[in-house]
Design a protein around this ligand. Structure first.
Ligand code: MN3
Length: 202
């Protein structure tokens, strides 16, 4: 079995003006594609070929660095594309919003903490909203292409929302202004998909 680049669930232009089409095209067709190609090469002929990307992440300490970097890259971007969309943004409703209110100190505090997790990640990485082992929401960040599924992560859980803060995710349009990119990110979040992932993780 080899992994494949998933099709984007929308056009490259769909997230404009918040995330520009050229960035989306390069990010998906070059960066994500390279993670998939390199992951398949790193797993070729090994037992890891028989596992799902989630299982690989959960046991990542047993794999070489090429699998951690490229497998993380594949999992993270596959999630990232689905939690964004055209004409999205706003706020979640229902159980997810109740949990943000009760477990994260409310909507404004959650946004502040999530933005801070991304802004303060030195170098490259991701900001996450995840469901931890106690089934509670948590905000955190991971370096490089690590993620909270990984057994080596400082913050462990099931990620339900992630923001890519690698420069390749924003540099063409925002240059060094990562906080501006993160502000814009809130306008493209597909909360229906995040809520679906939340309820599946409970
Ligand atoms: Mn990326």
């Amino acid at each position: 079995m080899s992994f494949e680049l998933p099709k984007l669930p929308y056009e490259y232009t769909a997230l404009e003006p918040h995330i520009d089409a050229r960035t989306m095209e390069i990010h998906h067709s070059k960066h994500h594609n390279a993670y998939v190609t390199n992951l398949n090469a790193a797993l070729a002929g090994t037992e890891g070929e028989n596992h799902s990307i989630e299982d690989i992440c959960k046991n990542i300490s047993k794999y070489p660095a090429a699998v951690r970097n490229n497998g993380g890259g594949h999992f993270n971007h596959s999630l990232f594309w689905t939690i964004m969309g055209a004409n999205k943004g706003g706020m979640p409703t229902g159980k997810l919003m109740d949990a943000i209110t009760n477990e994260l100190g409310g909507w404004d505090k959650f946004k502040e903490d999530f933005n801070k997790a991304g802004a303060t990640r030195f170098g490259s990485g991701w900001a996450w909203l995840c469901v931890n082992a106690d089934k509670k929401l948590a905000v955190c960040s991971t370096p490089n292409q690590d993620n909270p599924l990984m057994d080596i992560a400082d913050c462990k859980g099931t990620p339900i929302l992630g923001c890519d803060v690698w420069e390749h995710a924003y540099y063409l349009h925002y240059q060094n202004r990562r906080p501006d990119y993160m502000t814009a990110f809130w306008n493209v979040i597909n909360w229906d998909e995040v809520s679906r992932r939340y309820e599946a993780a409970l």
